[in-house]
Design a protein around this ligand. Structure first.
Ligand SMILES: Cc1ncc(COP(=O)(O)O)c(C=O)c1O
Length: 437
């Protein structure tokens, strides 16, 4: 993040101390926020959610139920804003670095991603992140953006709208015919073959919500770099962030876009883009920001910003549901306390269990690779003789919440996550057996 207004204006410390803000406003927020609970076993983690106990929730990746630490953080910030809207928002957004909450949130996120706070751009959804990146690319007529047939609506539409505006084109290629049979080598070979002389950027999805496959992103980026400087790689990482043990900042992608309101368990309406300083400098902002001092000073002086573009300049400005944006830090703290590796291992073991159970059912066809190395928290499948929405309806009748994939080719999905237990997974396997006859 760049300078705050106070820092830029170099307010002397004595004056800063005499800020309009009542002393202790943020101290009150801290004192009203309970300490991070004990999360040392999965029962204690599950207890942080107020999910309806009448159901087994296997679609939590769709949108998060806020766990207690996130609810508490949101509530403490909401109370502070309701008590003192102007003073709270003014200080949190525009005054000293110590109290600047977007910087605090970006710092927590950067710690999790393995990057720098100033390279984290706060947004409100994966959709918004993707749109900002693609619309920010310096595309020209004749340029092409390559993506895959497997990406989400939000991703394809971001590319379609951005390329149409620039007079550029988009092209979608399949990375496999059957996700369950795909291999790292076959995926890399398909992608390599698809890159053409006009390709300026490649859009990929880490964990596909269509089939549940997890692309071997590290291997892909390393292979593409091994044969020269590849086009910019833009990753929709929403179903990997918070479910996979990875260091995002070193995966080799140029722009990483993800909501934090799915697997990260963050406040609904929170998301991010990560890129390094060199990549941020290549983009053009679309929406005026409230976080980059140089943008504001340039506007005041009626000139263009004089410094290279950066993450803070890309963050959509305007006033938002700040209690949600600021509360996102609690989700990252919660993940740090649970441990990235432990979270990933738990999700993997529940998904392995589910796949093993479904594989014994001859009426089930799974589309997700069996190996946890090429999958994460989603299992996509079909049941002989039933449409995917019929599978979901029949599971719902047994109090099991599943979902269908919102793609032209649709499957039923079960997504075991931190809110589930091995017993619930067994129950889901049994229920699928019952409905498959
Ligand atoms: C792969 C993928 N990308 C993007 C999105 C949209 O996410 P958001 O709601 O954060 O915009 C979804 C929705 O679930 C998704 O599955």
């Amino acid at each position: 993040m760049s300078l705050t207004r106070r820092e830029f204006l170099a307010v002397p410390a004595a004056l800063a101390a005499g800020s309009m803000l009542p002393a202790g406003l943020f101290a009150a927020v801290v004192s009203e926020t309970p300490a991070m609970p004990d999360l040392s076993d999965w029962g204690k983690v599950r207890a942080q959610f107020v999910l309806d106990p009448a159901y087994s929730h296997f679609a939590s990746f769709f949108i998060s139920s806020h766990p207690a630490p996130v609810r508490d953080a949101i509530e403490a910030y909401r109370r502070a804003i309701d008590r003192n809207p102007f003073l709270t928002v003014e200080q949190a957004m525009f005054e000293d670095v110590e109290h600047n909450l977007p910087i605090k949130v970006a710092t927590e996120i950067a710690d999790y991603l393995g990057g720098r706070a100033q390279d984290v751009c706060l947004t409100r959804s994966t959709t918004e992140s993707l749109a900002l990146v693609y619309h920010g690319l310096p595309l020209k007529p004749g340029d092409e953006v390559l993506c895959t047939t497997h990406d989400h609506y939000s991703h394809h539409e971001s590319i379609r709208l951005a390329t149409a505006r620039a007079g550029a084109t988009m092209r979608k290629v399949p990375l496999f015919e059957d996700a369950a049979q795909a291999t790292t080598e076959s995926i890399i070979a398909r992608l390599r073959q698809a890159i053409g002389p006009k390709t300026k950027a490649i859009g990929l999805t880490w964990v596909h919500s269509s089939s549940g496959i997890r692309l071997p992103v590290r291997e892909i980026t390393a292979a593409l770099r091994a044969s020269g400087e590849p086009p910019l790689i833009i990753l929709d990482g929403v179903h990997g962030l918070g479910s996979v043990d990875e260091t995002v900042a070193t995966m080799g992608v140029d722009f990483f876009c993800a909501g934090t309101h799915k697997w990260m368990l963050g406040p609904r309406g929170t998301a991010l883009v990560w890129a390094n300083a060199q990549r941020w400098a290549q983009l053009r902002p679309t929406i005026p920001n409230f976080t980059d001092m140089e943008s504001y000073e340039a506007w005041m002086a009626d000139r263009e910003p004089a410094t290279p573009n950066n993450a803070a300049r890309m963050a959509p400005g305007g006033f938002h549901a700040f209690e949600h944006q600021w509360g996102a830090a609690a989700a990252f703290r919660m993940h740090r306390q649970m441990g990235k590796a432990k979270v990933a291992a738990r999700i993997r073991s529940l998904n392995d269990q589910l796949k093993e159970g479904l594989a014994k059912n001859p009426k089930v066809r799974m589309h997700t690779p069996r190996s946890g190395d090429l999958s994460a928290g989603l299992v996509a499948f079909e049941v002989d003789g039933l449409k995917p929405n019929e599978v979901v309806q029949q599971l719902l009748a047994r109090n099991i919440i599943a979902s269908t994939s919102p793609y032209a080719i649709t499957y039923a999905r079960l997504a075991p996550s931190l809110v589930n237990t091995p017993e619930e997974v067994d129950k889901a396997v049994k229920a699928v057996r019952e409905i498959s006859g």
